[in-house]
Design a protein around this ligand. Structure first.
Ligand code: PMP
Length: 362
């Protein structure tokens, strides 16, 4: 089986936005891409010896392992040609910037404070960042037109680190406001997100048919518990995917990773993930109550973490550190008094709550 790179309609949004040189780029023809049929495979300078217990470990993997693509397409409810897998959502962020932004000329847009890698990835490619502050309550501002001109507009939903969950009509508003940009909705934490009635929050994938410019990022690092495997997904129109395929590395998904990832996406794996999410959200709720009772301001969170603000954040930091608990602080001016704590097991949550009970203001 070979990974085919097809023609991209010249009038597609993707073709209009892409770096022009990519439109005529012939992707690297790896031995795997060229493929062939036969019994003796001597076309890729591989070893014939598999010294591991892992099937196929001595051979280069498919660029886009078909079993993994089929499994995630079924899970996410998109077509297989609207999906790319790679080394985490972080690689997808970088690939989008490299596919669509001309260094030294183009820019991306972000709503701040948000996940740091959008800006870092842009900076490593000499792409400017237009920053629009989130509203007082960390929702989107009413006027977002200041990000016009950005090639990519990133919306982290739920937002890291504030936990803010935007309703889908807000995502639609962004997609409508920037018809000449790709609107990249980072849903790394979507499995944890709940509507006010407790039902699972809806993904922006449901808007992809309506908005050609929508891209959704997903990962197995969070709810699926596979941060160490490095496996994430980019969901977008077939044309956007075709272009990104011209930039992606020939073998982005190691064989052992696709084995683990496919297992996680099996019926049993998804059931386990859902149970883990319920458990973690329950512990997160306990944590939020404990922080609130200790006098901190806790933001409602759609993610697997809580952001808590304190007038005396040093006291909370000390209490956690003294108990050997490693939480996250930020240098962003709007997050100066904040600590982010990830949801964890019942036992570890007990320890965190105990430590919160020992906050000692000086
Ligand atoms: N997006 C967000 C919002 C994240 O918080 C993270 C990881 N902290 C990522 C993307 C990167 O995820 P991955 O592990 O899939 O690269």
């Amino acid at each position: 089986m070979t990974s085919q790179v097809n023609a991209i309609p010249a009038d597609s949004l993707a073709a209009r936005l892409a770096r022009p040189e990519l439109l005529s780029l012939e992707p690297y023809q790896s031995a795997r891409r060229i493929g062939g049929s036969g019994e003796i495979w001597v076309n890729a300078n591989e070893s014939p010896f598999n010294r591991t217990g892992i099937d196929g470990a001595n051979r280069y993997p498919e660029c886009q392992p078909p079993g993994l693509i089929a499994a995630y397409a079924a899970y996410a409810g998109v077509a297989a040609n609207e999906l790319i897998c790679g080394r985490g959502a972080d690689e997808a962020i970088e690939l989008l910037i490299r596919t669509f932004c001309v260094p030294g000329k183009d820019s991306i847009g972000i709503f701040s404070p948000t996940y740091g890698m959008y800006s870092i990835s842009a900076a490593t490619f000499n792409v400017a960042v237009n920053t629009l502050p989130l509203a007082e309550d960390f929702s989107l501002p009413d006027d977002i037109s200041a990000l016009t001109g950005s090639k990519l507009v990133f919306v982290c939903n739920p937002n890291n680190p504030t936990g803010t969950l935007l309703p889908l009509d807000e995502i639609a508003r962004v997609a409508k406001t920037f018809p000449n940009a790709l609107v990249v909705v980072d849903e790394a934490y979507i499995e944890f997100a709940r509507n006010p009635d407790g039902s699972p929050a809806q993904s922006a994938t449901g808007l992809m048919a309506e908005f050609e410019n929508l891209v959704v990022l997903r990962t197995l690092s969070k709810a699926f518990g596979l941060a160490g495997a490095r496996c994430g997904f980019l969901l977008a129109s077939a044309s956007v995917c075709e272009l990104v395929m011209r930039v992606i590395a020939p073998y982005p998904v190691p064989v052992p990773v696709s084995v683990i990832a496919e297992k996680a996406l099996s019926e049993q794996g998804v059931t386990q993930m859902c149970a883990d999410v319920v458990l973690l959200n329950t512990q997160g709720a306990r944590l939020a109550v404990a922080l609130t009772n200790a006098g901190l301001r806790v933001l409602p969170s759609g993610g697997n973490y809580v952001l808590a603000f304190s007038d005396d954040v040093e006291a909370l930091a000390r209490a956690l550190a003294n108990a050997g608990i490693v939480a996250r602080r930020y240098s962003h001016p709007r997050l100066k008094g904040a600590i982010r704590i990830s949801y964890t097991s019942e036992q570890e949550t007990d320890s965190i709550i105990e430590a919160i009970g020992r906050i000692d203001s000086k």
